[in-house]
Design a protein around this ligand. Sequence first.
Ligand code: MSP
Length: 604
Amino acid sequence: MAKFYITTPIYYINAVPHIGHAYTTIVADVLARWHRLFGDDVFFLTGLDENSIKTVEAAREQGFKDIQAYADSMAKAWVGAWKLLDISYDDFIRTTQERHKRNVHELFNRIKERGDIYKGEYEGLYCEGCEAYIAEGDLVDGKCPLHQKKPKLIKEKNYFFKLSKYRNQILKHIQSNPQFIQPETRKNEVLSFLKSGLKDISVSRPELEWGIKVPGDPKQTIWVWLDALVNYMLPRDYWPADAHIIAKDIIRFHCVVWPGMLLSAGFELPRQIFAHGFLTVEGQKISKSLGNVIDPSYLIEKYSADVIRYFVIREVSFGQDGNFSEESLRTRLNDELADVFGNFVHRVLTFIRDRFEGTVPNGKVDKKLEAEVSERIGQVEKLLEGLKVTQALDEIMVIAGRGNEYFQSHKPWKTIKSDPQKAADCLLNCTNLVKVLCVALSPFMPSTCGKLAKQLNVEVGSWKRAKKFDIRSGHKIGKPSVLFTKVRTDNPSKPLKPRASIKDFEKLDIRIGRVTKAEKIPGSKKLLKLELELAGERRTIVAGIAEHYPSEELIGKQVAIVTNLEPVKLMGVKSEGMLLAAEDEGKISILTADKPVKPGAKVK
Ligand code: MSP
């Protein structure tokens, strides 16, 4: 039984997880689940990096006096999110745990015993976003380009690690182990960084109130990255890690600092570091200030964990940057999961239920089809071994398409009358195809495939089952039910739109108007005719709020109106403006001014 130890980065706890963190964790989970299915001895580790300055700042911002209490509350949020996403980690490490502190001290001492730690003085710029020193030349407009923050000038006495001593060894290791850093572009990035020289690094900071202290020198706190990287040594029996999954933002720490630490401490290096790309949301960088941080739990509630898992892996070619858009998610849900995979499964299972009394009919295995599928599954296996999750999923979806096509072209609904044996053959083969999909997709969509396994009345069992048509005639299936429901694309909760310029905004003339009259428009359930007082003029507008507000309640309200849109006629009444209102799951709430203002006051 081969060992497979996989990790995600341990995430900072200054915020709750967003879709970017979820992405890394989903990929690692798919790989862990696949290796388990394949029969490997898997260990999957994720967790939290709690000893950062960011933790202290966030705790203060949120009014926590006790930083540990803040960390505990955040840990609950992260664990909760991963539960909703069906993340099957084997252990969840928090760097404030004693077991972790022990490991950090052990590693620090080993490096020290090796003679690789020395006292020095450092003067330089420190970016608290990166939790690392930053070179002047890497700044853009005086700020860290990643965090848009001005770094702090720091001059302090601290401990140094002789990283430069390991430069050649690390270089050689990367060159002679082509799999060590993947994809290629990232490897080349690291190589050119190393070739430009490597300096020793400061690995402690004085006078920090939070973090792990240097053994024997409690005035010094261990640099949070050195602390964090050691998390990977938690399951010692599984070391070296087979795959560290990270994104491109943290390659230097993983591909240079971490190997240096391990070489010094006398541990083996990880087998592979895979740095994937960055996700944007609706085309924009994920950032608090842009307000586009998507909380995965909102998406899960709306679409289910499996749809999110499927979408991110299929949409973002693993290794490259990609975009998360709800519109594309709905398209893939509707066109691929519902129309192809779900449709095929449902047609096959309901056919067996309705025409063969729920029992797989006595048919002949289509050997050609079985061989074709088995070969494709072999491909999937190779792709997953090489961490190529997107391509693997693409191949599996080809099988789903093939299934649909097979059912369609064999027309069992016709042959059941003209040549029942043909229909029986078709259904035996299609049931097996459904089972192949159920096994192969289970690492990607564990909950859906669990349900499907029940409908098929089979155990997902092992990966081998994806290669064989082993469901025989006479097998009783369970109760079919729909796996995916389509979501209409004109869903009321629209994703955020791309940025508009202030000029675009200024084209609109939005004013506060006072409602002087409100009445229902005869013949319409929804429309109200409102008369408004604006800057020295009166306007009539039509608004679709009759079901949400009784007319009399609106009189005197100071409502927000877009005044310069082209007038439109609704049910014979000319509307000379648009009332602004918020819509939430079909409920309407009109926008009003918070304090009394003159009719016609501008909204800007
Ligand atoms: N605490 C460090 C990691 C220490 S590991 C020893 C850290 N934490 S983090 O919370 O900032 O997480 C960074 C990681 O989160 C990225 O490497 C990536 O895995 C994931 N992502 C964060 N934003 C992301 C995107 N926008 N897109 C894809 N992945 C993203 O760095």
